[in-house]
Design a protein. Structure first.
Length: 164
């Protein structure tokens, strides 16, 4: 931590709760990728799991309703996408049309809602691990990572076959 405080841009200014949420996210993502995606993270893998859970009637989209409300509010407000939306850095393989339709409310399918939440978590992961979040010194990220952590915990509890 001392090294990061001295060398990572903006890290020393991050409140402890922000640091904790980001660190927790790194570990939760690692568990999610190992236990849910068999060590091979991709949007295609996420889609396969979500469809599998829907087919088995174990999706439980209500578990993620608060997170969907949060992400909708962050990325779509006043009938338009917010300035945060482009910073997700959605790629063609990230189902951008699906994500946009769910966030805007044009698509209310519960399965697509869970898929969208997990794609957003995937993008938070990519933006953190590939450096995009450092462009603004990890500022304004506590809520993003707190909600992402809740999603990952619920998925792992429900589908990760975690011991203990």
């Amino acid at each position: 931590m001392k090294w990061l405080e001295a060398h990572a841009p903006g890290f020393a200014m991050l409140p402890e709760k922000d640091r904790g949420a980001i660190i927790e996210f790194a570990f939760l993502w690692s568990l999610f990728e190992a236990h849910i995606l068999d060590g091979h993270a991709s949007v295609g893998g996420i889609r396969s799991r979500v469809e599998e859970w829907r087919g088995a009637d174990t999706l439980a989209p209500d578990l993620y309703a608060a997170e969907l409300v949060y992400f909708r509010g962050r990325y779509f407000a006043n009938d338009e996408f917010t300035y945060h939306f482009p910073h997700l850095n959605l790629r063609k393989t990230d189902a951008p049309d699906l994500v946009a339709a769910v966030l805007s409310g044009a698509n209310a399918d519960e399965c697509d809602g869970v898929m969208t939440i997990l794609v957003i978590v995937w993008r938070l992961r990519n933006n953190l691990f590939h450096g995009a979040k450092w462009a603004y010194h990890l500022q304004d990220q506590f809520e993003n990572f707190s909600h992402a952590n809740t999603v990952l915990q619920r998925v792992l509890e429900r589908h990760g076959h975690m011991a203990g």
